[in-house]
Write a protein that binds this ligand. Sequence first.
Ligand code: HEC
Length: 136
Amino acid sequence: MKSISKRLSVMGAALGLAGILVLTAPAIGGSKAIYDDPIEPQPTPKLNLGKMNYDAFCASCHGKTAGGTDKGPTFISRIYHPGHHGDGAFYLAAKRGALAHHWPFGNMKPIAGITDQQIASIVAYVRAVQKANGLF
Ligand code: HEC
């Protein structure tokens, strides 16, 4: 009897460990909505402009350095890899909004008054953030 209960507790510990490994899987796996402390890309004048626009228009939901918040997802996720959400998806989302379909945050409303140039700078910044954090 004793050895069975000992074996069960070893199994329990192993399952617990597996659970921790699943919970700490990196955001790049695509299932984590908030990324705690993303790496900032090396600043350049172009990226600084993009960061400024990103911070003004997108960061309230998509988070500082695109890390995500409780109102919107991180972009450091396979879901937003350029091969899955091309640059056009950013223009569409900013101009027309986006229906919730990957996450439980609800819909994204269009961003009033944003220009194509501002979106272009934001896309450049988001791609640099994705690259700095190893997405591609
Ligand atoms: C008020 C919160 C909010 C703001 C501000 C916001 N977003 Fe979003 N965004 C969301 C939510 C919520 C989603 C939906 C995620 C889902 O479930 O797929 C989303 C989705 C997206 C998507 C994915 C669309 C798709 O096709 O799946 C892109 C791209 C995007 N946002 C870009 C931006 C950009 C660029 C900005 C700034 C110009 C911005 N968002 C500002 C909340 C926001």
